[in-house]
Design a protein around this ligand. Structure first.
Ligand code: AMP
Ligand code: MG
Length: 329
């Protein structure tokens, strides 16, 4: 199969035609690129899992272009959902709802809940609206690999596996959406993202955060899998001192090492090889996946600085800890 990369209205038109004929199409969102298929068609869902090589007990998020399109997919839309939708939709927040009969169990991996999101990316919403059906979409990477934030990243993993990538430039946010479970007593973050615990608590009063360590069983089935992995080993350094020590240790073993650091700390590197993640937390979040993909191509060992435990850094660290398999020095 030839994989086309197109942009603009031509891409959206061709993408929508492909979706209607049961194909899968990669498309941009503000979080990461998605691999979309008709959420109401089990055959299309099967193609998504196949193209990604994703375990079929890992549920997909359903993407719609407006709040009204959520109603047929859910059995209940509470006042709390209304408040959250008013505040954070469109945006990087996925809400879990009791699934209606319309949503095939293939999408939810057999669960009674369905995760739904409205992307803020205008191209994504235009594409979904043109399809005329809700779009089930995981991130458009091969299963276990780093999520894509550009069309070129998608092509690296999906070339020959899907007919079309809609190119919408670089993803603005850079990591996946926050997943919030409202079907339990206290609203619980299953996956942290750009919509932070603090932001949600501002609306809800209280939320339970998810700590983000690698865990073997969790309420969100996808969380037990290896995720966001670089193709070369990566470790997290608790501070710059341990980063430099780990760098020198790996170097002394003859490895080509790259340090991923905040731009402000570049002056401490003293001739060692490094990649700047950015100055602000938002910059770091936007760049992280792209830099991980660059680093895995150019080195044999990656050591990344611990970024912090609050706000969006907590979300980025959730991904980095998984990439590193929990290895901290
Ligand atoms: P991805 O498609 O790669 O962004 O991953 C989507 C993730 O959202 C899954 O791995 C789950 O962790 C979570 N998720 C989606 N739908 C549900 C659901 N119905 N219940 C629990 N978690 C969900
Ligand atoms: Mg993913």
């Amino acid at each position: 199969m030839i994989t086309k990369v197109l942009s603009g209205d031509v891409a959206i038109k061709e993408g929508a035609t492909l979706i209607k004929s049961g194909e899968v199409v990669a498309f941009p969102t503000e979080t990461v690129y998605g691999l979309g298929g008709n959420a109401l068609a089990p055959n299309s869902i099967a193609k998504i899992y196949q193209a990604k090589g994703r375990p079929s007990d890992n549920p997909l998020i359903v993407h719609v272009s407006c709040v009204e399109d959520i109603y047929p997919l859910v059995r209940e839309f509470s006042d709390v959902n209304r408040m959250l939708a008013d505040t954070f939709m469109p945006g990087a927040l996925t809400l879990l709802f009791p699934r209606s009969e319309q949503v095939p169990i293939e999408v939810t991996a057999g669960l009674d809940t369905v995760g739904i999101r409205i992307p803020s990316c205008a191209i994504a919403r235009k594409f979904i609206a043109a399809c005329g059906v809700p779009i089930a979409a995981p991130s458009a990477n091969a299963s276990t690999r780093v999520s894509p934030t550009t069309a070129a990243h998608v092509l690296e993993d999906m070339d020959g596996r899907i007919p079309l990538i809609i190119d919408g430039g670089e993803s603005e946010v850079g990591i996946e959406s926050t997943v919030l479970d409202l079907t339990c007593d206290i609203p619980t973050i299953l996956r942290p993202g750009a919509i932070t615990a603090e932001m949600l608590a501002g609306v809800l009063g209280e939320v339970k955060t998810h700590k983000g360590e690698v865990i073997s069983s969790a309420p969100s089935p996808g969380m037990k899998y290896k995720h966001y992995a670089t193709t070369v080993p990566m470790v997290i350094a608790a501070n710059m001192q341990s980063l430099l020590a780990e760098y020198d240790r790996a170097k002394s073993q003859g490895l080509d090492v790259a340090a991923l650091i905040r731009s402000q700390d570049a002056c401490m590197m003293d001739g060692r090889k490094y990649i700047e993640l950015g100055k602000t937390d938002m910059e770091v979040c936007k760049n992280i996946y792209s830099i991980m993909r660059d680093a895995e191509k150019s080195t044999q060992h990656i050591v990344c600085i611990h970024l912090g435990d609050e706000g969006i850094c907590r979300s980025v660290m959730n991904r980095l800890n998984k990439s590193a398999g929990g290895k901290i020095v």
